[in-house]
Design a protein around this ligand. Structure first.
Ligand code: IVH
Length: 696
């Protein structure tokens, strides 16, 4: 979604469209989270979507959709389990993200109940990060267990829940209502989670992203024997339908649940007023790393149940409770090494190797450092203690260095000057087309660097380069893996491998025949495609056309490139004089042809081909020798097409209007260039008039 506009600035139409988009997005995330146990975004990002939805709805209450995410809890249950209607809906809690939000919660409660100065008593309970379940007991016997589902109807997972040792099949003690739905959280401890994932990894099965997803996936198994093998645990903290009241306060209720054989969270406390709420939050935050299971916040509940009754609910959440969420979890660990990974385009990415550490229940051993500039910005050094944060649920990031703990003698990281590929070719800092340096560093090994070979070959056969039919990514991968393709020239020697090709699965006479014919068809090639196909950085299609026209023949081109690589002033000047060619192209060409393996590859390729002479600029057309400027929006041609066409007809295309300009082609929206043209008395044509002139 595009960056959010402030809610007060939204028009009603914008609000409608954003609410629709938010409803769709949240529904899709709900399905991934609740049904597939595989969320695509972090909880924080998900919360942000819900919050935005709520803010827009608060400003436009008449736009609240019938299926609004704010009126819904969780997602529809999966078809795999039968439906169970909860005796009382399983609702959710609103979130608080700050001390202010917490104070506001207390104030709201007091306002609603019209209370005086006396501080309100609350329970503060750790918010267990698992999945909630509802257990129905009749006469003390467990008769049914269900997931939350959409809050009203859940999934019947009775047999699975029965396998949990912490769920009593028969209530202990006495005094329980004849019918009671006990609610609580099914979760997995960190150690159990790690062991489960390790077993799965060894067996080649999918691993879970975090303990919560692992718990959900483990509970929602068709075969309860699988659930039985997973060490799921359970904390009780609430109830749904009851045939008779059994407590006066939440605190008393928790102690009853415990007496009946459930585990309740030992960190739960009874507190008073805002100070009590905030203090409990700090305490829980401090306990969090030592619990051995995930908690993602603190749940506050008004202790008195008669007050809870009076406070009641607003749409999906109780007025008597709120969840104060923790910010993204951070951890400290040691940076053991910085490795360099080479991407398929030759970009070098530094990766931090860390002493394994658990962040939010996931063991993290690597983090990306993005690029050399990021390393410099953080001034992170091998041996440093670093603060790690999991952004979203997946990619861990290093946010800062604990300078006080830097070991003596730790040296700033030196970015490698050569690629870790077999060639040890120089690493160059990437520049943009205008010559500005970027943060990216690349291996200059090009085709010879094994990391880059595939990307280069893909470019070589692409539609605008050699355009070889039947030779796509899939074939390239197969052929490179077998060692038949190490450079583009090998493509034109594939016919020697006809017998081997026929042995590959699904490569019949026809397909091999077509492939080889497709290759033969390109053995004769235009010079501009040849140049473009080499994949020299900054030599795009248009530049390749200009160079082809400028040099005319492949021999002239190759000779000029050798001279440019040798920094021959005359050759550089000649290239520089070509239309729209500047420093970035010259540097890239020089670097490319200075590498022996690149030169060898190009010569090898040339030996396989017949490269056609480029069309000489025309002199017998209406626009030959004229300087043309295109401005405004063109409607029948793209800017590139118009330019290529003009150049083909011998015109020179320029970006600015001057006394030397002969023709300005102006489309809708043309501005200052049109004005300058009028002032200088330059001929102005519409796109249609231009096309008529050039006979397009
Ligand atoms: S009370 C009407 N107590 O947080 C709300 N929920 O967003 C009843 N949770 O669905 C829930 N620990 O999955 C409650 N001590 C606790 C909790 C807790 C975790 C989860 C639960 C619930 C969600 C609310």
């Amino acid at each position: 979604m595009s960056p959010a506009r402030p809610v007060p600035d939204l028009t009603e139409a914008e609000a409608v469209s954003e609410l629709t988009a938010l409803a769709d997005a949240i529904a899709a995330h709900d399905i991934r989270y609740y049904q597939q146990d595989e969320p695509a975004i972090s909880d924080a990002d998900y919360d942000a979507l819900k919050r935005r939805n709520g803010e827009i709805e608060a400003r436009f209450p008449h736009l609240v959709r019938e299926n609004s995410p704010s009126l819904r809890v969780g997602a529809a249950r999966s078809e795999q389990f039968s439906a169970v209607e909860h005796g009382v809906p399983m609702l959710s809690l609103d979130n608080a993200f700050s001390d202010d939000d917490t104070a506001e919660f207390d104030a709201r409660v007091r306002r609603f109940l019209k209370l005086g100065e006396e501080p309100v008593a609350f329970t503060a309970e750790p918010k267990i990060d698992g999945l909630s379940a509802s257990l129905r007991y009749e006469n003390g016997l467990l008769v049914r267990g269900a997931t939350r589902g959409d809050g009203r109807v859940g999934e019947d997972v009775t047999e699975n829940l029965r396998t949990l040792s912490e769920i009593p099949k028969r209530l202990a003690g006495a005094g329980w209502p004849e019918i009671i739905e006990i609610r609580g959280e099914v979760y997995l401890g960190h150690e159990e989670f790690a062991a489960l994932n390790e077993t799965a990894a060894v067996a080649g099965q999918k691993t879970y992203a975090n303990p919560r997803n692992a718990a959900a996936g483990s509970l929602r198994q068709i075969d309860p024997r699988i659930t039985a093998g997973r060490p799921l645990r359970f904390f009780a903290y609430a109830w749904g339908l009851i045939s008779a009241p059994f407590a006066q306060t939440q605190w008393e209720a928790l102690s009853k649940l415990k007496a009946w054989g459930f585990r309740t969270t030992p960190q739960s406390r009874r507190v008073h007023g805002v100070e009590g709420l905030l203090e409990a939050y700090r305490e829980m935050e401090a306990l969090r790393p030592h619990l051995g299971y995930d908690i993602d916040g603190v749940v506050y509940k008004v202790d008195r149940l008669d007050w809870q009754n009076r406070l009641g609910f607003v749409s999906r959440a109780p007025r008597w409770g709120i969840a104060r969420k923790f910010p993204a979890e951070q951890a400290r660990t040691v940076l053991e090494a910085i490795d360099i990974q080479v991407g398929r385009t030759g970009a070098l990415t530094p990766v931090a190797r860390l002493t394994p550490v658990t962040v939010g229940g996931v063991v993290v051993t690597n983090a990306t450092l993005h690029n050399a500039d990021e390393i410099a910005r953080l001034d992170v050094r091998v041996g440093d203690t670093v603060i790690l944060q999991r952004a979203g649920d997946v990619i861990p990031q290093i946010v800062s260095v604990v300078i006080e703990e830097r070991p003596q003698g730790a040296k700033p990281f030196e970015f490698p000057q050569v690629c870790p590929c077999q060639l040890h070719t120089p690493v160059v800092r990437e520049t943009t087309a205008t010559g500005a340096e970027t943060v990216v560093r690349r291996c200059s090994g090009e085709f010879a660097c094994p990391f880059q070979k595939l990307a280069h070959l893909r470019h070589f056969v692409s539609r605008r380069a050699f355009d070889i039919e039947g030779l796509g990514e899939k074939q390239l991968v197969i052929f490179t893996e077998r060692g038949w393709l190490t450079s583009p020239a090998d493509i034109f020697r594939l016919h020697e491998k006809r017998a081997e090709l026929l042995e590959i699965e699904r490569f019949g006479e026809t397909s091999v025949g077509n492939l080889l014919a497709g290759i033969e068809a390109r053995r004769t090639i235009a010079l501009d495609r040849f140049i473009y196909g080499l994949g020299v950085r900054h030599i795009g299609e248009t530049t390749a056309v200009v160079m082809a026209r400028g040099y005319g023949t492949v021999e002239a081109f190759l000779e000029a490139m050798d001279r440019v690589a040798a920094r021959d002033a005359e050759a550089i000047e000649e290239l520089d004089a070509m239309d729209q060619i500047g420093g970035a192209v010259i540097e890239a060409a020089a670097a490319y042809f200075a590498e022996d393996h690149n030169r060898a590859m190009v010569l090898d390729l040339r030996g396989e081909l017949t490269v056609l002479e480029a069309e000489k600029p025309k002199t017998d057309t209406a626009v030959a020798g004229k300087t043309v400027v295109f401005t405004g929006a063109l409607e029948r041609l793209t800017r590139d097409e118009a330019k290529a066409q003009a150049e083909r007809l011998g015109a020179k295309v320029s970006g600015s209007v001057s006394k030397k300009t002969d023709i300005v082609v102006a489309g809708p929206g043309a501005g200052s260039k049109l004005k300058t043209a009028a002032e200088l008395g330059v001929q102005v044509l519409t796109e249609d008039e231009w096309l008529e002139l050039v006979g397009g």
